[in-house]
Ligand binder design. Structure first.
Ligand SMILES: [Zn+2]
Ligand SMILES: [Zn+2]
Length: 79
């Protein structure tokens, strides 16, 4: 069985992944990078894809990712 990974992926306003370097404000560090700015964080599971809705701050996405990870741990424990 594949290991399940749950991570946090930054997203632009159009929901495309943001891999750009950004300032703490979410604005792109390099104005020429084509980055429209980071507006949301998605919890992404290797098994389920996007989990729940988008979070506007990383501090909220982190506990959501932890909760989902715990759900998998609980599911495995019952097998
Ligand atoms: Zn970006
Ligand atoms: Zn999952």
């Amino acid at each position: 069985m594949a290991r399940i990974l749950v991570g946090i992926e930054p997203r632009h306003a159009d929901n495309s992944p943001c891999g750009h370097a950004v300032k703490p404000s979410g604005k792109p560090r390099d104005p020429n990078s084509g980055c429209s700015g980071r507006t949301a964080f998605a919890v992404v599971c290797s098994e389920h894809g996007d989990v729940g809705s988008l979070h506007h701050v990383k501090a909220v996405a982190e506990p959501a990712a932890r909760t989902h990870r715990d759900e998998h741990r609980t599911a495995l424990a019952t097998h």
